[in-house]
Each structure stands twice: as C-alpha cells, then as structure tokens.
Design a protein around this ligand. Sequence first.
Ligand SMILES: C[S@@+](CC[C@H](N)C(=O)[O-])C[C@H]1O[C@@H](n2cnc3c(N)ncnc32)[C@H](O)[C@@H]1O
Length: 274
Amino acid sequence: MTPKNRRPKRKKPKRRKPDRHELYQLSVQEPEADIEFLQNTFHERYGRPPRLLREDFGGTAYLASSWVADNENNSAWAIDLDNEPLEWGARHNAARLTEAQRARLALVQGNVLDRQDPPVDIIAAFNFSYFTFQKRRQMLQYFRRAHANLRDEGLFVLDLYGGPEAQQLIEETTEHEDFSYVWDQDEFDPIQGRMVCYIHFDLPKGKRIEKAFTYDWRLWTLPELREILEDAGFAGSEAYWEGIDEDGDGDGVYTRQETAENTDSWIAYIVGYK
Ligand SMILES: C[S@@+](CC[C@H](N)C(=O)[O-])C[C@H]1O[C@@H](n2cnc3c(N)ncnc32)[C@H](O)[C@@H]1O
C-alpha cells in the first residue's frame, strides 16, 4: 500500500440540502423593495417615517427581520399560525441580525383573525396570503382586526394579483442560478372563485421538490377587497398599479391610480388607511 493510499480519506464536503424556505425567499420575496414601498407610501400620507410594522402571515419573518435591520428605530412583529416557518426564520433570518436588532423583533405564533397586539404604523399582508380567507365574513373579520391593531395614523397594505391568466390552469417556470421556481395554477372553480396552486422547485440532476407549498385560495378582486375594507371601518383605500417598461413588462414601480388597463396578469397593492 502506498503512503498515499494509507492517508485517511478526505471527507467530501457535504452538499447542503436545498431548503424549501430558502428557495421560497429567493423566488418570491424582495423585502428591500417592499420596505421602500411601505416607507414611501406611509411618508406620503403622514409626513413621517413609519417605525412599527406587523407582518401578518409572516412565515419566516423575512420582511420583519429586514425591517428591524433597516433602521435602529424600527420594530416589527411577525405573526404566523405555524411555528415551523417561524422557527426557520429565527434560525436563519433573525440569527443574521445583531443582538440590538433582534431585540426589536418579535416572532409570534398566532391567528391573524384574533390577534390583539400593540397598535402599529403598518400591517402588511403580502404574497396574497389573506386569499386563504374564502368567505366574505372571514375577510371582514380579518380586516376589522387589522383596523383595530393600527395606530390612528396607520396603513394596512395588501398585495394581490389578477388578470385573465389568474384563472387559467397554467404552470410558469422562472429560472434561477441553481434551481427553477414553478408556479402551478392547478384548479380554478368559477362558482366558488376558489383556486388551488402549488409551488414546485426543480433542482439540478432532475430532482424536484414537488408541492413545496400548497395554496387553497379564493381569487378576490380589487373592488371587492376595497369594499370590505370600507365595511371594516377604514376611512378609505388606494390602489397602487405597476408601471410598464419599454418591453411591456412590469417595471416594479407602483403608483396610485383610479383606473388601469387590464393585462394578462398583474400584481397590485391596496392600501387601506384609518
Ligand atoms: C405564503 S406564506 C407567507 C410568507 C411571507 N410572509 C410572504 O410574504 O411571502 C403564508 C403563511 O400564512 C400562514 N397563515 C395561514 N393562515 C393564517 C392565519 N389565520 N393566521 C396567521 N398565519 C396564517 C401560514 O402558516 C403560512 O406560513
């Protein structure tokens, strides 16, 4: 046996297993852009920066963690029913914060339908998570709770999506460096307005995380949601619509608009104010 052969075998560096939460964050979240939108919209209405944020349906609290890192005067709560994404967020997102930043972040397991927390400047419900409420009375209950949990100068910010493509059974793939994100609209029932969607991740070597996330939603429309906000006590609401670039694609810049041209699919924000 040659000395070379006798050498202890070098352990192969372990490839970290791709993690569905990490892939989700890389695919569909952009907290810096969200924070810029929240800050600008709040400042425009109240002439001061917002400081307290509640991230409803917080999942891994990526937005809330980024919020406390953005400014030393910022604090945030992230609320989620499920402790599993919250724990992941504590181990990954909150763990990257300084001790002082972590002290201004609270990860809370709870139901947004009945939370009573210290009133905040902004409640954000992003990535359409509130579509989980499929009955009008449930949505009204949620919006009333949000209203009660806001300061007198407060904004409730929701994103939503729509357009004719939102009702079609389609799979849309977005390539990333080491994986692909697949948005799968699998069912749509026009009587109930109910849709079932999945996120899958395609990985190298033909591997796939099938149904990494499942959504059972009602596809709400923008005017319906604005009416429910009004019924919940909001003094008013605004629709923020995305501009388009020279190729006809969304440019990521959202402005307040009263009417808009329909496109195959769109994402917009609704901002309710007290
Ligand atoms: C799509 S994730 C949202 C993650 C992240 N906040 C985002 O913007 O992408 C939806 C989360 O909502 C949570 N959820 C569903 N119903 C809820 C409820 N009634 N109260 C609180 N969280 C809820 C789920 O546990 C899930 O983690």
